[in-house]
Design a protein around this ligand. Sequence first.
Ligand SMILES: NC(=O)c1ccc[n+]([C@@H]2O[C@H](COP(=O)([O-])OP(=O)(O)OC[C@H]3O[C@@H](n4cnc5c(N)ncnc54)[C@H](O)[C@@H]3O)[C@@H](O)[C@H]2O)c1
Length: 361
Amino acid sequence: MATIKIGIVGAGGMARYHYDGFTKAGAEITAIADVNTERVKEFAVPRGIKKTYDSLARMLEAEKDIDAVSIITPNKFHKPLIIEALEKGRHVFCEKPPALNAAEMKEIVAAVQKSGKKLLFDFNNRARPESQAMLSYLKSGKAGRINSAQATWIRRAGIPGFGGWFTTKALSGGGPVIDLLHMIDLALYFMGYPEPSFALASVFYDFMGNKAFKGPWGIADAAGGITDVESACHAFLTFKSGQCLTIRNSWAEMNEGEVVSVVFQGQKAGGKVERVFQREGFDETSIDACKIFTEENGIHLNIDLLTEQDETMGRTAAAANFVKTLAGEAAPLNTPDEALILMKIIDALYESAASGKPVAV
Ligand SMILES: NC(=O)c1ccc[n+]([C@@H]2O[C@H](COP(=O)([O-])OP(=O)(O)OC[C@H]3O[C@@H](n4cnc5c(N)ncnc54)[C@H](O)[C@@H]3O)[C@@H](O)[C@H]2O)c1
């Protein structure tokens, strides 16, 4: 098969993982576009990407042989850029969250159907070795159906800067509810992506604007910018299948530290996939666990699923899965229909928190 040619849109913090994953899987990055014409060159030159542009439109106009586009921009631009690329006949890999809300995601699903092209999102936590090992165990039937799960991404001091796009609701869609949606998605993936019925949520705004709660990634504050999103959310979801999910997402909260996990209780066994950061935001200090809790012959036992370490938390593997999907060598790790369910849940969490009532999803 001919080499798959990809054009990247957005040369910011996440671009290197996409680049590494795509090239590892044998694709060629022929061009990159970013509205920031300095940043795009800083990314392209050391990697030998020959062509740089200041917009997706100009890149696609000039680079007729690009097969696929990778979108790594602030969330507000996901929907228009995805639809533009699909309409111009390109496959798309896009960063999470899929869109700002479910209404946008519905438009995206319609555009995918019309184009006949592939669309995958970067739900990189599904691509982690621990997640894939857990999924294999679940598929074996040894845990039975998952009755209940707890999706957790909690930080103590992890606000991604103040006043930039992350903290401006119009650009991001919200705070940790939508930014840290990974564990909600992973829990649903383990549970078989059941159809949700009701959501009940509370959100909190403490510590927003307090520099002691800023994350350690060096994201610059924007003087005079907007900070109007939540700092924490606690929620409960029920599903038509009778399953249920508890959610805890926070950027800033009085927790012991940063914990990223899905814990579940099945009819025959339980389990957890967990990453605990020893220092907030520094991957090399993290401790990963992937465990099954079960019973055999009257004896309770815990089993460690031993997997490779992946410091990128599946980010390069998820990008590689996109290329392998296009090449027909792998099944896609996620679908637009799943993204629509996820965005309906995100909408319902905000709606319930605003109204103080349970809402139908
Ligand atoms: N999967 C993960 O683990 C993970 C982690 C962090 C961020 N993200 C997601 O990745 C995306 C980007 O985040 P980031 O941290 O790289 O952001 P960033 O701010 O570092 O980079 C975004 C880049 O997009 C460019 N840009 C903005 N609008 C554009 C447009 N219309 N056309 C072309 N370029 C444009 C900006 O100039 C900037 O260089 C977000 O959707 C975020 O939610 C995912």
